[in-house]
Design a protein around this ligand. Sequence first.
Ligand code: SAM
Ligand code: SF4
Length: 327
Amino acid sequence: MLIDNHGRKINYLRLAVTDRCNLRCHYCMPAEGIHFAKKNNLLTIEELKLLAGTLVDQGIDKIRITGGEPFVRKDLMTLLRYLSSLEGIREISMTTNATLIGPYIAELKSLGITNINLSMDAIRKETFEKITRRDQFDVVYNNMMALIESGFNLRINFIVLENQNEQDIIPILKLQEQYPVSVRFLEEMPFNGGSKEFQAIKWNYREILEYIRGFYPGFEKLESPPTSTSINYKIPGHEGSFGIIPSFSRTFCGTCNRLRVTATGDVITCLYGKPKMNVRDLLRGNDPVPSLKSAITEVIGQRARTGFEAQEEHKGVFENSMTSIGG
Ligand code: SAM
Ligand code: SF4
């Protein structure tokens, strides 16, 4: 079992399988993209399998596959098939922009992967195209409906962005009136590849909640698991629920159970800090499992207590992008 230096059990791996993406959401990266990793620096599927299998052996029982866009990786299903065969895993989930997921929906279901986070910061085509800089709204909307119809446990992640998608907040919230989905509103974070700096946000979780209260005053707070990053609510009579993730304000560090590994093998023990080590060479070396296990145990023993403490490592601007961290 992996326990950090603050007594927190680490059982949740967020594994980025690529830093590439077919969208260019401007809160995530600049129009020209970021300085993407060289192909031979990306972990191969065999290396990802070895890494995941070793971490499961160390006590990880929940894995979220993220990116970049996971489905730009053509060999992704090979990894998912392997993960679903691991005995120690309780849950496999994915975060995706849902542009490319269509052909894989049936197999994902058959592998038992039912928890999908779909990032969609607009319910209007025009807003979507401005934010993502790509013409993919219809594809995403149709794939979202296919996921709902196939019975996936779907969470729709919507970052509230000042002067960009405020007009879509209530229309996207209406999805959960009719369908059993959770619509989650996220605070924007300054991980955009260095394209924009900010010290404060207008749409913090209180502003979002009060805005929704103006339309739906009767919502009720739901019980959430202690490790949840979202604060969840139910509007009586609606099929689904909604949540708010205070990713900028960070009220969730005390129960953090997460470990992140990027597509190049960087190990991130706090989203807001810098990578603590890289496991690529270990994975490519002789007898990688023992060295990997001891390196992971060591970095987990040196975690920052909170995101605010970890953030000091950046000394000002965050130059990294969510497309390499994975969210
Ligand atoms: N491409 C996939 C997607 O968009 O769902 C997975 C990778 S994406 C980097 C993971 C998550 O990070 C998405 O939900 C996205 O909305 C979120 N994200 C990216 N940049 C962000 C930012 N600056 N602030 C808050 N969330 C961000
Ligand atoms: Fe791509 Fe996801 Fe970043 Fe948007 S948020 S550019 S979909 S990686």
